[in-house]
Design a binder for this molecule. Structure first.
Ligand code: G6P
Length: 608
């Protein structure tokens, strides 16, 4: 939701904090601020709007000197995105500054208590209670004040704290929100994720919930919630700095769309050896595998649609029933799962609050958890019994693209490997599907190359304010994700319908004011979707179809056809989505939208 950074060293802190905030801007971008400690105390600069406003206000950091500081980019929850509500927040005596990602659930009662004690509140945020608690509990020992403050907080937080009494020191702590420490040479960092620190160091320490760190230029000390020192392992970050830069593309989203052949290959290649799918990471026993009666897939947003799209492959190949549930629904549904249920949890970030809650709910009811995650060391990865990493590299654009296609890749690998281990797939079918999987990176590249007309198509259609997306079965799953992409970044209303449901009401809304996007890559039922195309055309709608290259039937029916290369039906959502991502991108571009940072959305939703 929000992004936080901290730096201590000998260089000027503000430019490094601003650079880190720019990398974290995908997490929130309605206001931002920094607090820097110089000889005369804590200097705070904050402003509503994007980081670029803060860069301007601080003259690139030059008017905020000092070698120790913390920073924040906000996605408003409590209080409007104004200068006053922007972080850092500062204590009444000016001694403490705090940045926070997460939500303090008991802030109202704490606020009442602190007001009674005589503290004055500047903002409407939940965060401000933290800085006043620190002042209240300060008896000359910052560590003790932090421990006492943390003991009063309910909810989730990643916190950065600066204290005027301790020049050269920053504190960081986490509870159910992501936070990592970066270890440099004579300088150290904390950040919400690795993208903010990879330009400076590749050595990281991952904090656990409840832990807090005292960070100076030469030392990082980590403590448990009782204040006892904890020995931490230093991990090596594998992402490189170029991966977090735009590399000549106009937007991160376009760069990430074009990275998909490589990303899918990274997810695939190490797991296919000598014609066999090898999923070492899913190391369950054969006895356990045979005991699975049901699979429940849970996730949010596009990750949920990856679950919808992979369900067909898992059910058909493994012969195990699969339910796909939104994590925000599953967590409160008293779900029927037990030790015979495998819960598959999908999350790019591994930090989505509802997804984590659904995972915990499933575990509490006895299910084993297999996670499909991109971010190494994230909360979902830590809580799961097994993790299949998607190896997509950093995804910066808020609307996911390579995150989604690598999730599909990994889920297809899971389906195939599990079917084989269960003895439920004939050898020749298995070999054909392994070949089809191996070809997927090339197919994705072809899908990118086959559609040079999409920018022109967007120019023709971008003014429409409403669209329908239809498809059946695997095509329906791809259409769901295609419609979400369109809504997320172009703000055009895009309703997705299972094509067979059109006649149950929605067809009354079809006319020449809304184009219909029809996904027709499922050859087994293409005829049925073709009939739906005829029906919507009869009501005046223009049809943009997604179909396999050379599909004469669809070519003759649709107004425009976006082509994709032929692939196995169960894997087809992975290629069908490619032109739909590009379509959404160019519609948004024509509409002048802020593509990488769509309004009101955040990359990682770490609150409920
Ligand atoms: C947000 C993002 C979506 C993403 C969803 C789930 O809504 O904007 O792109 O699909 O969260 O995120 P996760 O990190 O759990 O995959």
């Amino acid at each position: 939701m929000c992004g936080i950074v901290g730096f201590t060293g000998t260089q000027q802190a503000a430019p490094i904090l601003l650079d880190g905030l720019q990398k974290l801007e995908y997490r929130g971008y309605d206001s931002a601020g920094i607090a820097v400690l110089d000889g005369s105390g804590i200097q705070v600069r904050k402003t509503s709007g994007k980081i670029s406003n803060l860069v301007e206000k601080t003259d690139g950091g030059r008017n905020t000197p000092g070698v120790t500081g913390i920073g924040h980019t906000r996605w408003a929850t409590h209080g409007a995105p104004t200068d006053v509500n922007a972080h850092p927040h500062i204590s009444n005596n000016g001694k403490y500054a705090v940045v926070h990602n997460g939500i303090i659930e008991n802030y109202l009662e704490l606020r009442r208590e602190l007001i009674k004690q005589g503290f004055h509140f500047e903002s409407e945020t939940d965060t401000e209670v933290i800085v006043h608690l620190l002042e209240m509990y300060d008896q000359g020992d910052v560590r003790k004040a932090i421990l006492k403050t943390a003991a009063r907080l309910a909810g989730s937080y990643a916190l950065g704290v600066l204290c005027a009494d301790e020049p050269g020191t920053i504190y960081a702590m986490r509870e159910s929100s992501p936070l990592i420490l970066g270890i440099g040479a004579g300088e150290n960092y904390f950040a919400s994720d690795v993208t903010a620190i990879v330009p400076y160091t590749k050595n990281a320490v991952y904090l656990e919930d409840g832990e807090f760190a005292r960070i100076t230029p030469d030392r990082i000390e980590v403590f448990d919630p009782s204040g006892n020192p904890v020995q931490k392992k230093i991990s090596r970050i594998s992402w490189d700095i170029q991966a977090a830069e735009k590399g000549g593309y106009e937007h991160f989203m376009l760069k990430e769309i074009y990275e998909q052949p490589r990303a899918v290959k990274s997810a695939l290649e190490p797991r296919i050896r000598d014609g066999e799918v090898v999923l070492d990471e899913f190391s369950c026993s054969a006895k356990y595998l045979h005991s699975i009666r049901k699979i429940i897939i849970t996730a949010c947003g596009s990750a949920y649609y990856a679950g919808c799209a992979s369900r067909y492959a898992i059910e058909q190949l493994c012969g195990i029933p699969v339910d796909v549930e939104l994590a925000s629904e599953l967590r409160y549904s008293e779900p029927l799962l037990d030790r015979h249920t495998l819960l598959i949890v999908i999350s790019q970030s591994g930090e989505t609050a509802d997804t984590i809650a659904a995972l915990k709910e499933g575990k509490a009811r006895g299910a084993k958890v297999l996670a499909v995650v991109n971010v190494v060391g994230s909360t979902v990865a830590k809580l799961a019994d097994w993790v299949l990493y998607t190896w997509a590299g950093p995804e910066i654009a808020v609307a996911t693209t390579k995150g989604y296609t690598t999730q599909l890749t990994v889920l297809f690998l899971f389906a195939l490997s599990t079917a084989k281990r269960l003895g439920r797939i004939p050898e020749d079918r298995y070999a054909a599907l392994v070949r089809a999987l191996t070809n997927l990176p090339r197919r994705v590249q072809q899908a990118l190359d086959m559609n040079p007309s999409i920018p022109a198509l967007a120019k023709e259609y971008y003014r429409y304010r409403s669209m329908f997306f239809i498809g059946r079965n695997t095509d329906y799953a791809a259409a769901l994700e295609g419609a979400l992409k369109m809504k997320e970044i172009s703000y055009i209303h895009a309703e997705c319908y299972a094509a067979g449901e059109l006649k149950h009401g929605t067809i009354a809304l079809i006319d020449d004011r809304q184009p219909v996007v029809a996904v027709c890559c499922n050859r087994e039922i293409e005829e049925k979707t073709a009939s739906n195309i005829v029906e919507v055309k009869a009501r005046g709608a223009e049809v943009i179809a997604v179909a396999f290259r050379g599909d004469q039937k669809i070519l003759s029916l649709a107004d425009h056809v976006l082509s994709v290369p032929k692939t196995e039906t169960i894997f087809s959502p992975l290629v069908a989505i490619i032109p739909l991502q590009l379509l959404a991108y160019y519609f948004a571009r024509e509409n002048g939208c802020d593509i990488d940072k769509p309004k009101n959305l955040a990359k990682s939703v770490t609150v409920e």
